[in-house]
Design a protein around this ligand. Sequence first.
Ligand SMILES: [Zn+2]
Length: 454
Amino acid sequence: MQWDNYWTKEKLKFHDFIYDSGKLHIKAEMISLKGSCPSCGQESGKVHSHYERSIADLPCFGAFCELSLLCRRFFCANESCNRTIFCERLGSVAKAYARKSSRLMKSIKHVGFKVASYAATQLCNCLGIATSATALDRYLRSHELQSFETPRVLGIDDWAMCKGRTYGTLLVDLEKQKPIDILEGRDASVLAEWLKDHPKIEIISRDRSGEYALAVNQGALQAIEIADRWHLLKNLREMIERYFQGNTKTIQLAYQKTLELKGGIHVPEPNLSSRKELEKQEKRQKRLGRFDEVHKLHQQGFSNSQIAKQLGMSRGTVIKYLASKEFPEQQARGSRLGKLKPFIQQLNQRFVEGCHNINQLWCDIQEKGYEGKRAMVKRYVHYLKSPSKEQLNVLACPRFRKPTPKLLSYALLKPTEFLAKDMQNMFEQLSLIANDFEAFKAKSIAFDKMIKER
Ligand SMILES: [Zn+2]
């Protein structure tokens, strides 16, 4: 049997197909008469010996597929060549020394580039392609990058190889919307060198980092620089967030007023674990200490990066701390009710109906799937017994959680009709309490509109 165009260039002669325990073995050999020496390129038909090469190929009928190729060794016909014997090359079938066929490698890389390595490995194994995560990682790293034409419009941004630790610089052809290169580090010198090698760039879109500005000045004076829209909007949102971070007391006041409008008063969720409360206090003390230290170092004239390095914290946190005059309290994350949380509504309901018996309540929620301790139920019932009637109102009505500065910063730029009623009330209260809020809001929205529409 002979399939001429099985691979576009190479002709293979098939001898046998053997199916054995989920694996298909295909015996074949190359039928070209001559091989060419990889060192000098001269063709030779003088066979030295034969050997068998096993090459994994694309799965066939859902089975792993292995090509057993009978290959030849040739004598090199060129007397001045330093290689006397060479192995037959398989052309587009597989690379020299490869254990997988080129088209199988192509498929694996396809999956690998689209999906993260562990998921890609599992997917490949499901599809009848045997590989491991480490091998896949190796394939992707060894992938040869395609050459690119110098773009007319270049986008420059930093790119995290390991977030918070090592960064590179990503270069994108903005007209073709394709990344073309990644440089190591975010330093001006590396980028400037690259830009000098590609003098045909006309427009450069970048964020407003000083290093990149310097690099463009050194390496691409001919190019027009533009600040990219995404970064401008990001800067805007961060500035709004910083404004809210610096006004935590105002936000707290506005929040309480909003809750009062809802017909309740602010009751923090009970903390049913005393150990966690202690941990929380310790962490808060630690943060407070660092907050003071950041301000002290700033007054001594250290830069943000230096402070971050010295205290072992991120630059973002340093900026956040310096922007706010008072210590930004952290909002309680997640629930402090633990396993009881899904049953709170039911417990409240039963409590309001008059059932205060801990054992009874515990049994009730156990039937619904509660797996926590009785002590949690006990503490919660004690908590329910302690507050006044207004607090029970709050427990009965759906809660409105205090929005974080980040959430507020996103909400501020949204059209009012897209906001939840509580958030609308919150902003109304803010404009009543803080004098500068209305002006700040108007300016932010105007800037946002200008960037998006002009
Ligand atoms: Zn040779």
